[in-house]
Design a protein around this ligand. Structure first.
Ligand code: HEM
Ligand code: CU
Length: 696
């Protein structure tokens, strides 16, 4: 223990507020820090104000915060991810501005720059990519497999609560105290108590532990959901490709998150209880941390990118009006990548002293991943080949991905060679590589999914023009921001450094900041697209529910779907069952009879645990022990009490289901089917052409 901090409020005092720093030492650095804090506070005030003004508190509570509907939980995840994305992107831009300012010290202090790359990395991985991936999965997976919800709806709500509360800690750290400066990896001994006595690493630790628990529960939930809840007839080899990637990614979560949680908790033991797992003395060894962290870290990148592969697979098939080429090989490739991803973690520390032989083994294992990935790229291209391609927004993201991701993947193969890695590790070459796989790979995939399934979720299409503008801005912005980094990386510019001396780096940094500003425009463009789409929604409504001539079950129900998803659980007889039914003219059958439907009832447990765990983390960070103890007891009590709540189900009478379903069927039969070439026109009401010629 390094500072006294044993009062009623632990080590919390006025110095923790950024404004104290501004008063004592007004400079650009403090202004940036205070502006960030102000944005958070103003954001809170605006949101609270708007909710009160429009009297939305009750609907918010009743329809959203207490909902266990997987569709609503999915939407809440995505909203959360987009808010965090905005912060992450802005931090990236500030970092790029610092380096574009030229050789010398720029306008940020070293400490502040370190805080920026630490929050940026942590946010982008844990609070953008993960919640976005599982937000989409939440929405889509049950619909794709013909289920009414996930296997454990309440657990699902709790996962969301834990993810949001830990994400909020990163927002709180802008206003009270400071976040870690240890990067998203938080390597000790730098993050140990000896070198970092402040609260920063503790914010990181608890945010990671709590969100990690949430994510693990999600992984279990989705693995079980896909195993157990598939509609009758949906064998594994009829499972849509996207669901295959989600099941692989869920299994990766179940195995990969625990090492991270353990690493973070051992680090906490070092920091709070004076243990020596990762210190430099008394028997500690930081290599154990590096091992545990990357045992999680490498599978993590695959658990993010596999679902994106799944999204692209669906998008390529739909917008080429063809069956996915090489389904079996794609399934095998996905599973191989999932397994191989656990065998390569050492490539993250080739330079930390293990033998050349070990490096060689892990280098080769890493390169092996290129094989299944290559299979995938080949299959996707073959899917496009001679397809009836429509260049709609999701497809454009897919094409941008195909071209750019290959560059990112190949730069990964270069890095997998230990001898090369010795030269470029810790340089901006690496930063270029991982952004090259994360942006065109993960982020573009998620944006494609957002455009693709938005009409399913809200009943109207997103604006096509602004969608295209957004794709163009992301692509150009990405190229300008990150391609120069490959070059400066090879020239030797180190990553994570707030200043540099070599003037020859400067022009590259100028290009990169221009790119970062284009990316900022891309972010605004996402918002403009949403706003324009909401404004014009009457022209783009697709109540029938199948705007893209979709192939999988989610397109066979109304948009937006009723709370119970399927009036009658479908019986699956084919891969791409809905496409097959349309080919046979057997889509939209009228059922013989309807049954009562049981749905999970709303509950507040997720919200309550979100608040309690948030306070718990805050108390631990600031050493307010009594509060931490109180929250621990309350959380346990709440969970126990909730298990006694037996009225968990709610019944929707068959009669009501029948009425809604028949009204919708009448609409289906009354609506005009539109040719696929006109699917972006207002005529497209969501009825795809049943007699469409399908090339296989
Ligand atoms: C959208 C525009 C983005 C910009 C302008 C940007 C910029 C940056 C910059 C300047 C750094 C610090 C590089 C250094 O080490 O010197 C960085 C690091 C990082 N970025 Fe991004 N980034 C962006 C998007 C993303 C996305 C989408 C992800 C992930 C999904 C991501 C994940 C990371 C990670 C993990 C780090 C490493 C943090 C660390 O060193 O601990 N970034 N980014
Ligand atoms: Cu790796």
């Amino acid at each position: 223990m390094t500072s006294p901090g044993t009062g009623f409020f632990g080590r919390l005092n006025w110095d923790a507020l950024p404004v104290t720093g501004l008063i004592q030492n007004p400079n650009a650095n403090e202004i940036v820090a205070n502006a960030a804090a102000a944005i958070v506070l103003v954001g809170v005030v605006v949101v609270v104000g708007l909710l009160s003004w429009f009297r939305l508190w009750t609907p918010l509570w009743r329809d959203w915060l207490t909902s266990v509907d997987h569709k609503k939980i999915g939407i809440m995840y995505v909203v959360f991810a987009i808010v965090m994305l905005a912060r992450g992107v802005l931090e990236g831009v500030v970092m790029r501005a610092q380096q574009a300012a030229g050789p010398g010290d720029g306008f940020l202090e070293a400490e502040h720059f370190a805080e920026l790359f630490s929050t940026h990395g942590t946010i982008m991985i844990f609070f953008v990519a993960v919640p976005f991936v599982f937000g989409i999965a939440n929405y889509v997976v049950p619909l794709m497999i013909g289920a009414r919800d996930v296997a454990f709806p309440r657990l699902n709500q709790i996962s969301l609560g834990l993810t949001v509360s830990s994400g909020m800690m990163l927002m709180v750290s802008l206003v009270v105290g400071r976040f870690s400066t240890g990067g998203w990896t938080a390597y000790p001994p730098y993050t140990g108590a000896a070198f970092n006595p402040g609260v920063g690493p503790d914010y990181w630790i608890w945010a990671i532990v709590v969100s990690g628990v949430g994510t693990t529960l999600t992984g279990i939930n989705f693995a079980v959901t896909i195993y157990k809840m598939r509609a009758p007839g949906m064998t594994f080899m009829r499972l849509p490709m996207y669901c295959w990637t989600i099941i692989c990614s869920s299994i990766l979560i179940v195995f990969a998150m625990p090492p991270l949680g353990v690493a973070a908790l051992l680090l906490a033991a070092d920091r709070y209880l004076d243990f020596h797992f990762f210190t430099n003395d008394l028997g500690g060894n930081m290599m154990n941390y590096a091992n545990l962290f990357w045992l999680f870290g490498h599978p993590e990148v695959y658990l993010l990118v596999l679902p994106a592969y799944g999204i692209y697979s669906e998008v390529f098939a739909t917008f080429s009006a063809k069956r996915l080429y090489g389904y079996n090989s794609l399934v095998i490739a996905t599973m191989s990548i999932a397994v191989l991803s656990f065998t390569v973690w050492l490539h993250h520390f080739f330079t930390m002293g293990q033998s050349a032989l070990i490096n060689a083994v892990f280098g080769i294992a890493t390169m092996l991943i290129a094989i299944p990935t290559g299979v995938k790229v080949y299959d996707w291209m073959a899917t496009l080949w001679r397809g009836r391609i429509r260049f709609s927004v999701p497809m454009l993201y897919g094409l941008a991905f195909l071209m750019l991701f290959v560059i990112g993947g190949l730069s990964g193969v270069i890095l997998a060679n230990p001898t090369v890695d010795y030269q470029v590790h810790n340089t901006l070459f690496l930063v270029a590589h991982f952004h090259n796989v994360l942006l065109p790979g993960v982020l573009f995939g998620l944006l494609a999914a957002y455009n693709y399934w938005f009409p399913k979720a809200f009943g109207f299409r997103l604006n096509e023009f602004w969608g295209r503008v957004t794709v163009a801005l992301w692509t150009v912005g990405f190229l300008l921001t990150f391609m120069p980094l490959y070059f400066v990386g090879l020239m030797g510019m180190p990553r994570r450094s707030f200043s540099y001396d070599d003037p020859s780096f400067h022009p590259f940094m100028i290009v990169a900041i221009v790119g970062a500003l284009v990316i900022t425009c891309a972010l605004f463009s996402v918002l403009i697209q949403l706003w324009v789409s909401i404004r014009d929604r009457e022209k783009t409504r697709v109540p029938v529910g199948d705007p893209w001539d979709g192939r999988t079950l989610e397109w066979s129900i109304p948009s937006p779907p009723p709370p119970y998803n399927f009036a009658i659980i479908p019986t699956v007889t084919d891969r791409d069952d809905f496409a097959a039914a349309k080919d046979k003219g057997a889509a939209y059958p009228t059922p013989d009879a309807y049954e009562d439907i049981e749905l999970p009832r709303n509950t507040g447990i997720g919200f309550v645990l979100c608040v309690l765990s948030g306070v718990w983390m805050f108390a631990l960070v600031w050493w307010i022990w009594w509060l931490a103890a109180l929250m621990t007891v309350l959380m346990i009590l709440v969970v126990i009490v909730w298990t006694f709540d037996d009225s968990t189900e709610l019944t929707i009478p068959a009669e009501e289901v029948r009425k809604d379903h028949e009204a919708w069927l009448a609409r289906v039969h009354g609506e005009k089917a539109v040719d696929r070439d006109f699917e972006t026109s207002p005529e497209n009401r969501g009825l795809a052409r049943p007699d469409l010629e399908v090339i296989t």
